[in-house]
Design a protein around this ligand. Structure first.
Ligand code: NAP
Ligand code: MG
Length: 502
């Protein structure tokens, strides 16, 4: 049985307590490793190492191009290990090997390459013009914050780790990463690649362990300058509170209940595939999943018929098999949550169109308690199943009569993370997209997130942005330097605002 360690100050170490916790392959329920269980003490050691590496180490003092070179090396190492890391990712989290090989590992590789480009190409000093009187020159310096902690969820462990580590260190910060307890293993591989690439000690630290202790320390310790959190809205609120003690910079990527709007002039064939992909990809365990399909009443019956018919064709099985579309959820406890919501939906009067139970025909050896069928409800937007994030394979279909009504329903949510619009008329689709109060809208597509464009939430879906030049700048402070260029007192008339006699 594998036993993993923490990575602190360039060393692989056990938790101070010597304790470990198990991680399982949810598809079979089999234990696959004992993971070092960091407590507060370990988090503090990691933060202090990151602090020293920032205050006294070489990393923040390298040029952007020098840092870029190291990030590209990390990308190259990871790219050489796609198969191996994909297997770890799929086994530990239950996502399919197909998803890991096409999305997770290549996605993390491109994050490192993209933020390497940012470090190299986005200037650290920008001239901002001259003041005629008093004569002065202004520059703005973009500087790292210092120590950044990154806390990530279990649904995309590898990609999420790259979204925290790569921009932080590209900008010259140092960091401490905490993976989710369900899925600690793939982040270890990323940190090994950082070590192998020669990133100096203390720049990247890893603490695996519970959110309630190690995680809280990362959010509140005075030596941390920025907290970047991805996870539930509930824990996001707690992170904000903890960080407020020392007024840290905070970025939050939280939950969602995104609307996928199908207008009456949509290509129904494409839109049906897009709505199913938008909801059921990775069992709906995606923060921006389009879990509310808003469908024009003019095409409603035909379209919903297509959804139900095609949902039955999704192949459920062993995540390690390339032919599998959906594996288990992350754990049986997540299936319990889905079951609770399905019961609630039925109690609320939603009409169950398909699914609504665990599959009964799984292959031998797979854990039936970790799986759930793609489930479609006809619902009203006021129902809890249409308002609360389920984080499972449950789609609510909701009819509408006009574009105005579709926008109104879409925006009737505490969340605002993603959303889609399906129409053959791009002007009409853009008009709808412009009115959606949400951080990302896909027109005739879904789930496309690229490292070079910003991603984040409106309303209770988050604060700040990740990815893109905008996300990179969330890891850089802005310092204005004003230099008076006068050679005598005539350029200092403003001193008279105090006194002409000084
Ligand atoms: P979660 O329970 O909020 O946990 C997220 C992370 O926070 C985990 O590493 C967790 O550690 C840690 N944590 C828990 N309590 C903490 C505390 N008091 N202080 C500090 N850290 C704490 O979320 P999850 O169940 O892992 O993930 C699902 C949620 O993430 C969904 O709501 C989903 O929408 C959201 N999500 C959002 C995005 C986005 O970009 N907007 C992306 C992916 C997921 P433990 O694992 O040890 O509890
Ligand atoms: Mg696991």
């Amino acid at each position: 049985m594998a036993e993993t360690k923490l990575f602190i100050d360039g060393e692989w170490v056990e938790a101070a307590s010597g304790e470990t916790f198990p991680t399982y392959a949810p598809s079979t329920g089999e234990k696959i490793a004992d993971v070092a269980k960091a407590g507060r003490e370990d988090a503090v050691r990691a933060i202090e190492a990151a602090r020293r590496a920032f205050d006294d180490g070489p990393w923040p003092r390298l040029s952007g191009a020098e840092r870029a070179e190291k990030l590209r090396k990390v990308a190259e190492i990871l790219n050489g290990r796609v198969q191996e890391i994909s297997e770890i990712e799929a086994r530990d989290g239950g996502g399919t090997i197909k998803k890991a090989m096409f999305a997770d590992v290549p996605g993390a590789v491109s994050s490192f390459n993209f933020f390497a480009d940012c470090a190299q190409n986005m200037p650290e000093v920008v001239e901002r013009g001259e003041s005629p009187f008093p004569p002065a020159k202004s520059i703005v310096r973009y500087e790292p914050y210092g120590v950044c902690s990154g806390i990530v969820p279990w649904n995309f462990p590898f990609i999420m780790a790259s979204w925290k580590i790569a921009p932080a260190i590209a900008a010259g910060n140092t960091c401490v990463l905490k993976p989710a307890s369900f899925t600690s293993l793939s982040a270890i591989e990323m940190v090994k690649a950082c070590e192998e690439a020669g990133i100096p000690k203390g720049v990247v630290n890893l603490v695996t362990g519970p959110g309630g202790s190690a995680g809280e320390e990362l959010a509140q310790h005075p030596a941390v300058d920025k907290v970047a959190f991805t996870g539930s809205t509930e824990v996001g609120r707690r992170i904000m509170q903890l960080a407020s003690g020392t007024v840290k910079k905070v970025t939050l990527e939280l939950g969602g209940k995104s609307a996928n709007i199908v207008l009456d002039d949509a290509d129904l064939d494409l839109a049906a595939a897009g709505v199913l992909f938008g909801t059921f990809f990775h069992n709906g365990q995606v923060c921006e999943s389009g879990t509310r399909a808003l469908v024009s009443r003019r095409i409603y019956d035909e379209f919903v018929g297509m959804l139900v018919e095609r949902a039955g064709k999704i192949v459920i099985g062993d995540p390690m098999d390339m032919a599998t579309d959906l594996g288990p959820l992350v754990a049986p406890s997540q299936v319990d949550t889905v079951e609770r919501y399905v019961k609630l939906g039925l109690d609320e009067g939603a009409k169950l169109l398909c699914g609504g139970s665990k599959p009964t025909d799984l292959a031998q050896g797979l854990d039936p308690n970790a799986y759930y069928l793609p489930t479609i409800f006809e619902a009203d937007n006021s129902m809890k199943i249409a308002q609360e994030e389920i984080f499972g394979p449950v789609l609510c279909v909701i009819p509408f009569d006009s574009d105005d009504e579709a926008v109104k329903i879409a925006n009737d949510s505490i969340y605002g993370l993603g959303g889609g619009v399906w129409s053959k008329d791009l002007d009409r689709a853009h008009a709808v997209a412009a009115r959606m109060r949400t951080g990302t809208v896909w027109v005739n597509d879904y789930h496309m997130i690229t490292p070079n464009q910003p991603f984040g939430g409106y309303k209770q879906s988050g604060v700040g942005r990740e990815l893109g030049d905008i996300g990179f700048n969330e890891y850089r402070q802005v310092k204005h330097v004003w230099a008076n260029t006068a050679t005598d007192r005539s350029g200092y008339l403003h001193f008279s605002a105090l006194s002409a006699n000084i």
